[in-house]
Every structure is written in C-alpha cells, then in structure tokens.
Design a protein around this ligand. Structure first.
Ligand code: IMP
Length: 182
C-alpha cells in the first residue's frame, strides 16, 4: 500500500477518503443499541461471514450489552455470474443453529445475491429466528429478495475498501472507508 496525501493506492487503483472512523462508529453503536434491546434475554448467535465482516463484527459485538455468542463462517460460491444465481455454501459452521436466534453479520450487501444464498443455507438449519446485520448497503441491493434488519449506512454504488473490505486482498486494515476515485 502506498499513500499519497489522504488518498491510498492499492494495486492499480486509487481510493479517496469516504466515511470517517467516528461516523462509522456512531452507526455501529446505534445498531448495537437496537440489537441489545431486541435480543435481551435471547442469547443471540452472531454468524460472522469471513473475511470481510471481521472488522465490523468486532466493533459491533463489543457494544452489544446482552449475553450473546459468536461463530464464523466462510462462503463458497459457484457460478460467479449474477444471472446464474445458485451460489452459496456455508463452510465451517460449528454451532448448532436449531432453535437459536441467529444474526448473520455481513460487511456489505451489493446486489444481495451473496446474502440471499447465505440466508437460504442458514434457514435449513432451523433457527428460531434469522436476522441480518450489514455495515454497508449499496443501492442495487433490491435485485434479490432479502430482508435487512440492521443496516449501518447506505452508500453510493462505487467500490469501497477499509474496515474489513478489500480490493484484491488489500485495504482490509484501513481504519476508515475509502471510495474508488473516478
Ligand atoms: P452481492 O452478492 O452482490 O451483494 O455482493 C456482496 C459481496 O461483494 C460482498 O460480500 C463483498 O465481498 C463484495 N463487494 C461488493 N461491493 C464491494 C465493495 O465496494 N468493496 C469490497 N467488496 C465488495
């Protein structure tokens, strides 16, 4: 990673500062407060989708003030195109979801395809309830039918990095969001 003024260069692309740390933290704190209220006494299980959601999950969970548990999964996708659908297999799920109140934690929802597949897979395990928390939402998200219970913030339809999100492996460690420069 090389830095030029406040912009960052990752591989061949330039990214400019987009959403600052404080603003991100305040959105996450608001989500955590809602989750704390909604899930008091329910011992929810957070299912964090790796790799991208690790950063958001850490910020969110440290602010959730009721008993909860956390587990991590990876998604294997097949047939990469948006039109062919049929995508997601959940790998590494070690907890029993049956009868649990599950909250899937995602970094970003773009078309909703990934999330749609994830929710279908998780639903098969028979959770008592299934909700979604995503840090970011892009405007195209309505292409696939997903219900988003907890959304941090809505962003423009441009590629972003930072707070766990990467461009070809780089940028996950950036402490704020950057947007691809035009
Ligand atoms: P969807 O299936 O179209 O909703 O895409 C969601 C996935 O695409 C996310 O889990 C990310 O891995 C990736 N993605 C979408 N937009 C971005 C972005 O702006 N930056 C980094 N990754 C992104």
């Amino acid at each position: 990673m090389s830095q030029n003024a406040s912009a960052v260069t990752l591989h061949d692309r330039i990214f400019v500062p987009y959403v600052g740390t404080e603003e991100l933290e305040s959105h996450v704190a608001a989500l955590a407060e809602r989750i704390t209220t909604d899930y008091a006494g329910k011992n929810p299980l957070f299912v964090v989708v790796l790799n991208g959601a690790f950063f958001f999950a850490a910020e969110l969970l440290k602010r959730v003030a009721t008993d909860c548990e956390v587990t991590f999964v990876k998604l294997a996708s097949y047939q990469g195109t948006e039109s062919t659908g049929k995508v997601t297999e959940v790998m590494g799920l070690s907890e029993e979801l049956s009868g649990r109140h599950v909250i899937a934690v995602e970094d970003i929802v773009d078309t909703g395809l990934t999330l749609h597949g994830l929710l279908e897979s998780l639903q098969k395990h028979g959770p008592a309830s299934l909700a979604v928390a995503t840090l970011l939402l892009k405007p195209r998200a309505l292409r696939h039918p997903v219900v988003l219970d907890y959304v941090g913030l809505k962003i423009d339809d441009r590629f972003v990095v930072g707070w766990g999100l990467d461009y070809d492996g780089l940028g996950r460690n950036l402490p704020q969001l950057y947007q691809e420069s035009t």
